[in-house]
Write a protein that binds this ligand. Structure first.
Ligand SMILES: [Zn+2]
Length: 276
């Protein structure tokens, strides 16, 4: 695969599930979690106006420092609330919120994609969600929230809905880990859409040393095959009061390794444009 003279690629992606903008949700979440985890700092924040979940500017700065050309950010287009409080597993923002509009502005120059919310995954429903984002900018890629959806059924629906790629599969067991985008074959026919397998997600990391060893092991494999490594870091996981510094450290380590080892660190759409 041709990667503009780089040895391999790292696609830096972020699913935006929580922004911390919903004050009621933050009050409930941080007080409950603060008590449960005996985390006094987190408990205190429940009653403060400081939003400790919104780390997007910091993440962009970090990426710039390591030479990431562009990253990909998936937005949810729907959320469910009860009495003004976001329900568990839902996003805490609405696309039309002023806050969300400002976030989109902040992400100008980055790739934006659809984080498919909890809907019945047929092409009509998916197209409706796509249109909500297309009002602001043209999008080409998707990843399902909580990696919901079946392979290859979801790809068939996304293909019909006009997406150029999906990056939902790779971490669930029914699907082998691959380091290369491909066109899925359904009933003997190749779909137009690309599947770009997701390889590493922050929530699966439990230990820094194990992560470090794992990365040191796969980099030679990626270099040998000119592979594409897709990673997903949720912006709120950079909130050190809630999560400690594990996810931040791992993210920094990986981007540094990418920089040292001549990786093309960019968005998924850039990679697909590059290998056409
Ligand atoms: Zn999600």
């Amino acid at each position: 695969m041709e990667l503009k003279g780089y040895d391999f690629a790292i696609c830096v992606t972020h699913d935006i599930d929580r922004t911390g903008d919903n004050r009621m949700f933050r009050l409930v979440k941080n007080s409950v979690k603060g008590i449960r985890n005996r985390n006094f700092e987190l408990f205190k924040n429940a009653f403060s106006d400081t939003n400790i979940d919104f780390k997007i500017s910091e993440i962009l700065d970090m990426e710039k420092d390591y030479g990431v050309e562009q990253s990909t950010w998936y937005f949810l287009t729907m959320t469910k609330k009860l009495l003004g409080v976001t329900l568990p597993k839902q996003g805490d923002y609405e696309l039309d919120d002023k806050f969300c509009q400002e976030t989109l502005k902040l992400l100008k120059g980055q790739e934006i994609g659809l984080h498919i919310p909890f809907i019945e995954l047929n092409c009509e429903n998916i197209r409706k969600e796509k249109q909500k984002l297309d009002r602001f900018l043209n999008i080409t890629g998707a990843r399902a929230h909580y990696l919901k959806g079946k392979y290859p059924d979801l790809l068939v629906e996304l293909d019909k809905a006009g997406f150029l790629y999906d990056t939902t599969f790779g971490l669930n067991n029914e699907f082998p880990i691959e380091f290369t985008p491909f066109h899925p074959t359904v009933d003997g026919k190749e779909l137009k859409i690309f599947e770009v397998p997701l390889n590493i997600m922050d929530v699966n990391i439990t230990n820094y040393d194990t992560f470090k060893k794992g990365i040191e092991k796969i980099i030679p494999v990626l270099k040998k095959n000119h592979g594409v490594l897709v990673i997903n870091w949720h912006p709120n996981r950079f909130n050190e009061i809630e999560f400690g510094d594990l996810y931040r450290r791992c993210f920094n380590f990986l981007l540094l390794e990418g920089k040292i080892n001549n990786a093309w660190m960019t968005s998924i759409q850039n990679i697909l444009d590059g290998i056409k």
